[in-house]
Design a protein around this ligand. Structure first.
Ligand SMILES: C[S@@+](CC[C@H](N)C(=O)[O-])C[C@H]1O[C@@H](n2cnc3c(N)ncnc32)[C@H](O)[C@@H]1O
Length: 177
C-alpha cells in the first residue's frame, strides 16, 4: 500500500537535507513536521497563528534546541529567515482545533512567492494541499495556477497526486536549480 501523503512529503524533504541545512515549517500545527525536520537539520523556523497548536508543538519538540517557534503568520517569515534549504506548507486546519481557522489562499500564494526568493540553490519547497473541502480546493487551485507559471529555467515543479481520488491530499514540490 502507498505511504501516507505526509510520509511522502517527508521523504521528499529528507532527500534535500543535511545537518547544515536550515528548514522552515510555514504551518507548524501540532509540530509533526517541525519535529521531523529538527532531527535532520541545523535549524528549523516554525510558524503558526494558533497559540494552542504551538503549545502542542513545543511539547512535542521538547529538548530540541534547534527549533525556533513564532506565533505569527508565515507571511512575516522574512523577519526571521534570510535564506533556507527546505520548507513545508502543510495546509488546511489544525485537526485538534477550530476547523474554521484554515490557511488563506492569497496569503499562502504570496508567501510562497516570497519564500522562493529566499530559497537556496538545490533547495526545495513542499506544499501539501487538501482539496477535500471547499476552501482547500480553491486554495489548491490558486497554488497550482501560480506554480504552473514558474519559469522552467529556474524551477522544477512536480506534482504527486492520486489521479483516481479527486478529494485526496496531494503534494506540489518546487525545486530550485
Ligand atoms: C494542517 S495544519 C499543519 C500540520 C502540522 N504541520 C503538523 O505537523 O501537525 C495547518 C496549520 O496552519 C496554520 N495556519 C493557518 N494560517 C496560517 C498562517 N497564515 N501562518 C502560519 N500558520 C497558519 C493553522 O493554524 C494550522 O495549525
Amino acid at each position: 500500500m502507498l505511504k501516507k501523503v505526509v510520509e511522502i512529503a517527508h521523504d521528499i524533504l529528507k532527500s534535500h537535507l543535511n545537518e547544515n541545512s536550515v528548514a522552515v515549517d510555514f504551518t507548524c500545527g501540532g509540530g509533526n513536521d517541525t519535529l521531523f525536520l529538527s532531527e535532520l537539520v541545523k535549524e528549523v523556523y516554525s510558524y503558526d497563528i494558533q497559540f494552542e497548536a504551538l503549545e502542542e508543538a513545543k511539547k512535542r519538540c521538547e529538548g530540541r534546541s534547534n527549533v525556533f517557534f513564532f506565533h505569527k503568520s508565515h507571511a512575516f517569515f522574512e523577519e526571521d529567515v534570510t535564506s533556507f534549504d527546505a520548507g513545508i506548507f502543510n495546509l488546511g486546519y489544525y485537526p485538534k482545533g477550530n476547523h474554521e481557522i484554515t490557511t488563506d489562499k492569497d496569503t499562502v500564494v504570496e508567501t510562497i512567492s516570497k519564500a522562493l526568493l529566499r530559497l537556496n540553490e538545490k533547495g526545495i519547497l513542499v506544499i501539501v494541499c487538501y482539496p477535500g473541502f471547499e476552501k482547500g480546493k480553491e486554495e489548491a487551485e490558486a497554488i497550482m495556477e501560480y506554480c504552473e507559471n514558474l519559469v522552467s529555467q529556474k524551477w522544477d515543479v512536480f506534482l504527486f497526486k492520486l489521479v483516481n481520488r479527486n478529494q485526496a491530499p496531494f503534494i506540489i514540490g518546487i525545486e530550485k536549480h
